[in-house]
Design a protein around this ligand. Structure first.
Ligand code: HEM
Length: 157
């Protein structure tokens, strides 16, 4: 898909990325569209997002394509993802994170991502959604949920 790192040699299929395997840019566009359509209609999540959803949608698209093995466009245009830090301004309780996750899982189904990629993406979103819950207040979150801080690697790092 034009990004061969060593000058255009064609690699065996086994070395392709999840990004390529599920259909590249077009598939991720559909995924992000399906996800944002659900966020826009969600009375609990919509107020957390700014009036203009356009820019965030584009960052989401550039981030996810990069994260799953596509071109490093997010890094070039936005810098290191640092998703936990970027979510600190929003109050994300387990309730919000769960709704976010349900919308993303529904979007994966709508787009028709096949196994084994579906399972890999679901796992990533589960883990990453846990990582942005009250990122600024891990102790309060631990008390509220009775769980240890899910810190782990910075989501998307
Ligand atoms: C799997 C977990 C998540 C991932 C991968 C993710 C990814 C992203 C990305 C890439 C951005 C754009 C960052 C930038 O400005 O460059 C973003 C922004 C944002 N995220 Fe998340 N996020 C996740 C979970 C959540 C959750 C659970 C919420 C809470 C409902 C949330 C709310 C937001 C909001 C409000 C923005 C700002 C959007 C805007 O400025 O238009 N995110 N997220």
């Amino acid at each position: 898909m034009g990004m061969a790192p060593h000058g255009g040699a064609s690699y065996p299929r086994a070395m392709s990325t999840l990004y390529e395997a599920v259909g590249g840019d077009a598939t991720f566009r559909r995924l992000v569209d399906a996800f944002y359509t659900r966020v826009e209609a969600d009375p609990i999540l919509r107020p957390l997002f700014p009036p203009d959803l356009g820019p965030g949608k584009e960052w989401q698209y550039l981030f996810l394509t990069q994260y799953f093995g596509g071109p490093q466009r997010y890094m070039e245009q936005r810098g290191h993802p640092r998703l936990r830090m970027r979510h600190i301004p929003f109050t994300i309780s387990p309730r919000e994170a769960n709704r976010w996750l349900q919308h993303m899982l529904a979007a994966l189904d709508e787009v028709g991502i096949p196994e084994p990629y579906l399972g890999a993406m679901r796992n990533y979103f589960h883990q990453a959604a846990g990582a942005v819950i009250d990122a600024a207040e891990p102790e309060r979150r631990a008390q509220a949920t009775g769980q240890a801080n899910l810190a782990g690697p910075d989501a998307g790092a």
